[in-house]
Design a protein around this ligand. Structure first.
Ligand SMILES: [Zn+2]
Length: 71
């Protein structure tokens, strides 16, 4: 068994943790009609690799519209 010096161990631990957390990303949902950014949410890149589309209420259009993920 190889015993790494402590800083190396910590580095590996952080790298592993970062990779896990980078799968969850913050996204903004904007109205497909008026382009207003109405919702902030998070998604799991693993579960939703594509752009999210949700039917949500837009207070500017005053109706439910398709909201798409924007950067
Ligand atoms: Zn709208």
């Amino acid at each position: 068994m190889i015993d790494y010096p402590l800083p190396t161990k910590v580095f590996y631990f952080c790298a592993k943790k970062l990779r896990c957390e980078s799968m969850r990303v913050r996204i903004t949902l904007s109205c497909g009609d008026c382009k207003q950014r109405n919702y902030n949410t998070k998604k799991n890149k693993k579960n939703d690799p594509d752009r999210l589309e949700m039917n949500k209420y837009c207070r500017f259009c005053r109706k439910h519209t398709v909201h798409k993920e924007t950067k």
